[in-house]
Design a binder for this molecule. Structure first.
Ligand SMILES: [Zn+2]
Length: 103
């Protein structure tokens, strides 16, 4: 049983509200407390591409034009991946399925 896109987004939404919970938030997929986030976007914007992934099971999600949490560092556009302050592995993007839109 793998976590759905909706479960990942719920986790991402909660983290975006309070990034300080990142170290204690369990991965919705494998349960490891090994989640990382990164925000990537233009300077002086309050929105950015957001990434959430698990360093244990290497799954995660991304979102465009996400509101950036006030205490989050936004990696400037054009920064090479190797220079990111957080190492982003080559993780598997979880994508929405029909089931994510059923009640
Ligand atoms: Zn995981």
């Amino acid at each position: 049983m793998t976590a759905t896109w909706k479960q990942w987004l719920t986790t991402f939404g909660a983290l975006a509200e309070d990034l300080s919970t990142l170290p204690t938030t369990a991965c919705p997929n494998c349960g490891a407390k090994a989640l990382s986030v990164a925000f990537y976007g233009p300077a002086n914007w309050d929105a950015a591409s957001g990434f959430l992934w698990c360093d244990t099971c290497l799954q995660g999600v991304s979102g465009c034009r996400m509101a950036v949490p006030p205490d989050a560092e936004v990696i400037p556009l054009g920064t090479p991946l190797e220079d990111w302050p957080v190492a982003m592995p080559d993780f598997t993007l979880v994508r929405p399925t029909e089931a994510d839109f059923e009640d």
